[in-house]
Design a protein around this ligand. Structure first.
Ligand code: HEM
Length: 438
């Protein structure tokens, strides 16, 4: 075992770098990586955090030493779900949903995604709605899709509640994770009580939709999903948490990826023009499978991948070292909290030319990339189960949207949107776009 430790950034505050991290964690890590390299550590309250930024080390964390670097217990506020559990429980939950994400099912979902996307254009028919909030539009569309794909529910006014609650939970979950132990539900300070009340409300709403969906007769992708859940998970509480985790994993992430990429497209008109040319030449009414869609729309796919490079919706992950181990010749002590960041590694100057530039052509040939330099959907055994579904949704939405509309950002201030790094990376403020007449 080596004796040297990762470089330690000193802090004279009793809370370590707590306030800087809380203010802008993504920029904090980016700046510290530039100053101190790919492996360093710092104090966050009572915890020691080791940052890992080099793709070779990411391979160790997520693959070679996956049984040493485990999911951190700080994420337990949501209960036992595929996102938070480890070992036998995790495998059981992951397996229970596998069939839902496989190809025959995905191909069946394409039609709903396409139809509901086109229906969302009705809101633009009135002249008064030519200017729209980009975030609100994509949030509402993804919520509609999630409702349909998971619950087989359409046109349900109640569902707006779910989106708002989801955003609240996602804004506050990092704060909950900073408590040394999950606080009791009644704790009156720091918004704890409100967090758990919202979580309970959310759970009952989701289960109400689940029960309603089970009573329907039609055989749709959801029915298969429900039968996977029922077969492998016996406890109702686990079904509810599992559904919650799918909602959590699949809603804000996909909506944010669309919002960020849409912003970049509008800031780079030449790239948008190329995308519009590609989707105009593709017959969106006449493809049979997801594979055919991918083959026909390589530039659309590359734009979305590049959007998630610069603005990865899941911008960081944590793991805990359960034994003392080694990374890059340095000693990582047992119990260390390990942070990796898509936001930082996706901008690593040794792996990306001109990293701040939005350039989808990087993704037309990925053969020269380090296999661990790009990981918006994570890596290794916890790789996102919904990644094909997410790509399918996003490609269909972009293709339909840009085949039908051209857009501009509404004003010069809509070009200046900064990221807000919470549990996902979202725009700091609402921004607007205008539909251009064809
Ligand atoms: C652009 C959209 C998406 C992004 C960027 C994304 C990203 C990620 C990432 C980074 C992880 C790993 C979390 C970890 O390391 O603990 C993950 C896990 C997961 N995602 Fe996604 N995701 C997206 C969409 C979806 C969708 C649509 C679903 C469908 C429900 C989904 C379901 C899941 C599940 C079930 C896991 C847990 C996998 C496991 O721990 O075994 N995701 N996702």
């Amino acid at each position: 075992m080596p004796q040297n430790q990762p470089f330690k950034i000193k802090s004279y505050s009793p809370l370590g770098f707590f306030s800087q991290v809380l203010k802008d964690p993504a920029e904090f890590l980016l700046e510290k990586r530039q100053l101190h390299g790919d492996l360093f550590q710092f104090r966050l309250g009572m915890k020691n955090v080791v940052f890992v930024g080099h793709p070779d080390d990411l391979k160790k964390v997520f693959l070679d030493k996956k049984d040493v670097f485990l999911k951190s217990s700080t994420r337990s506020s949501f209960g036992n779900s595929v996102l938070t559990s480890e070992g036998k429980k995790w495998l059981e939950l992951r397996k229970s949903a596998q069939g839902f994400f496989q190809f025959p099912n995905l191909d069946a979902m394409m039609k709903d995604v396409d139809r509901l996307t086109q229906e969302s254009f009705k809101q633009f028919e009135s002249k008064d709605h030519r200017t729209f909030s980009v975030g609100k539009y994509f949030d509402s569309l993804i919520e509609t899709l999630v409702m349909k794909l998971f619950f087989n529910i359409e046109g349900d006014s109640n569902s707006a509640n779910l989106g708002a609650k989801m955003n609240f939970l996602s804004d506050n979950i990092i704060k909950m994770g900073l408590f040394p132990k999950t606080p009791p539900k009644w704790f009156p300070l720091f918004g704890v009580k409100e967090f758990f009340t919202t979580l309970d409300d959310f759970n009952s709403l989701v289960m109400e939709k689940y029960d309603r969906a089970l009573m329907q007769e039609s055989k749709c992708p959801f029915q298969k999903f429900a039968s996977f859940l029922e077969k492998d998970i016996t406890e109702r509480k686990d079904i509810s948490t599992q559904l919650l985790s799918f909602f959590f994993a699949g809603f804000e992430t996909t909506a944010n990826a669309l919002v960020w990429t849409f912003l970049q497209m509008n800031k780079n008109p030449e790239i948008k023009k190329q995308l519009r040319a590609e989707v105009s030449n593709f017959d969106l009414n006449n493809y049979q499978s997801y594979t055919q869609l991918l083959q026909g729309l390589p530039w659309t796919k590359a734009c979305l991948l590049e959007g998630m490079r610069l603005f990865p919706p899941v911008w960081f992950r944590t793991r805990t070292a359960i034994e003392t181990t080694e990374l890059s010749g340095a000693l990582i002590e047992k119990g260390s909290l390990v942070w990796v960041s898509q936001y930082v590694t996706h901008r690593h100057p040794d792996f990306w030319n001109d990293p701040e530039k939005f350039d989808p052509s990087r993704f037309l040939d990925e053969s020269k990339m380090h296999p661990f330099q790009y990981f918006p959907f994570s890596l290794g055994r916890n790789i996102c189960q919904g990644r094909d579904l997410a790509m399918l949704e996003m490609i269909i939405i972009f293709a339909r949207f840009f085949q039908r509309f051209d857009t501009d950002l509404a004003s010069s201030k809509d070009h200046e949107v900064r990221p807000l790094a919470r549990v996902s990376l979202r725009p700091e403020k609402e921004f607007f776009a205008i539909l251009r007449d064809q």
